[in-house]
Design a protein around this ligand. Structure first.
Ligand SMILES: *Cc1c(COP(=O)(O)O)cnc(C)c1O
Length: 408
């Protein structure tokens, strides 16, 4: 038997069935028109945001990293909760615009921004987090041609990383950001060119659960920002301190101690150097805000035994749940939290493999999981599906197409 990840708080049973937002899974599936289906919960989004706000210093602005989940209704809902949005492509710019989000609350990071993307962002009034000198030069030239003042920040590639993070995005040679020692010269150039100087973006990693490591990194980010501001010779209007807060996906993962992170940050905020006293300070979070608020529902289409092992074959799979299948940045495959949604309050009674419908051995949703007995027609739930599910899986693989999505 292999353990399953922890089911996030807030999911209950109605008449034995998994319910989201007070509605039973089978009813949600009927409402949406079938499986596979991603269900996102407003209530859980609100709850998560409230927990975060109450733990963090009031001064800290919270941004949502759109790439975690760009579903239109989710973006519209997040607009009422967060202070800003971070995008990483022209496609995401179109999505936030369509959701009615004020572009002046949006910043755009990401390597390889094309001229069309720079132009669309500059015209809309989006802040560009420049990833290189040449990108900044292109942005300035495009803004000149358009006759507008571009809002420019610099993304810094720091010399340190976020300890224990699932994806390291800082420290050493990286395609992201500008090496810290080259930042002051470019910042001076941006200011001299008459652009609207927006400050710095320092992102160090993702999916960290260790509050001590997060707090230490945030301290390092503030130190580096202060040092760079001094070298630039101008206060920073804004500092995006990065994010990194993770969620428990696997057995024995422990949630981030938010109070510890908040207390450490408050202590640092109480003794900021002059160059940061007036700075608008924010963090950018994706999975932490939306990951646990989503569940993926698929249906058992076959039940078979091979060499004594039972397989539940579903109509879902890695084409919607690449991360849960273990093929999105994981070294050793471990089970996400998975349940039989049709028998959510029943005890596990048999060891099964839950797989998708794709003709590849990579398409695994749970290995050797102890679950209540499920028959053809029952619904399977994969949790932690609110982030990097629909948006980060190869929906076109094997001609399957995207899953349905609803926000309840
Ligand atoms: C991906 C990304 C995020 C969001 O990461 P999460 O782990 O989902 O919080 C934030 N900022 C940047 C720059 C990113 O690339």
């Amino acid at each position: 038997m292999k353990p399953l990840g922890p089911i996030p708080d807030g999911y209950t049973a109605i008449d034995g069935e998994l319910a989201v937002g007070g509605i039973a899974a089978s009813e949600l599936v009927d409402e949406a028109g079938g499986t596979p289906l991603f269900v996102y919960s407003r209530e859980l989004l609100d709850r998560r945001m409230a927990e975060l706000r109450s733990a963090m210093p009031e001064r800290l602005a919270i941004h949502y990293a759109v790439k975690a989940n760009p579903f239109g209704p989710v973006l519209e809902h997040m607009a009422g909760l967060v202070d800003g949005f971070d995008i990483a492509s022209g496609g995401e710019l179109a999505m936030v615009t369509k959701a009615g989000i004020d572009p002046t609350l949006v910043s755009f990071a990401g390597p390889g921004k094309r001229d069309e993307e720079l132009e669309a962002a500059i015209s809309a009034g989006v802040t560009l987090n420049c990833e290189s000198e040449s990108e900044a030069h292109r942005a300035i030239a495009i803004a000149e041609r358009l006759g507008v003042t571009p809002r420019l920040a610099i993304r810094v590639n720091p010399d340190f990383e976020l300890r224990g993070s699932g994806m390291k995005m800082g420290g050493g040679a990286k395609p992201f950001g500008l090496d810290a020692e080259r930042v002051p010269a470019l910042a001076k150039e941006i200011i001299a060119a008459g652009a609207d100087w927006r400050g710095l973006h320092i992102f160090t990693g993702s999916q960290a659960l260790d509050a001590e490591a997060i707090a230490e990194t945030q301290g390092n980010v503030l130190d580096l920002a202060a040092k760079l501001a001094k070298e630039i010779g101008a206060a920073l209007p804004k500092l995006n301190m990065g994010g990194g807060l993770g969620i428990p996906y696997f057995a024995n993962d422990v949630p981030v101690d938010l109070d510890l992170v908040g207390e450490r940050l408050a202590a640092r905020f109480a003794e900021l150097p002059d160059s940061l006293v007036e700075t608008r300070l924010c963090i950018e979070l994706g999975r932490f805000l939306v990951g646990e608020a989503g569940v993926y529902l698929c249906r058992v289409v076959d039940r078979k035994v091979s060499h004594g092992e039972t397989y539940l074959i579903t109509d879902g799979g890695l084409h919607h749940q690449l991360a849960a299948s273990g093929n999105f940045g994981t070294v050793v495959r471990r089970n996400y939290p998975v349940a039989i949604a049709s028998h959510f309050d029943a005890e596990g009674s048999e060891e099964v493999h839950v797989v998708g419908c794709l003709c590849t051995p990579l398409d695994r949703l749970a290995d050797k999981a102890m679950l209540p007995r499920a028959e053809v027609g029952d619904l399977v739930a994969v949790f932690c599906a609110g982030a990097y599910g629909a948006s980060a899986s190869p929906a076109m693989f094997l001609g399957q197409g995207p899953a349905r999505e609803i926000l309840v």
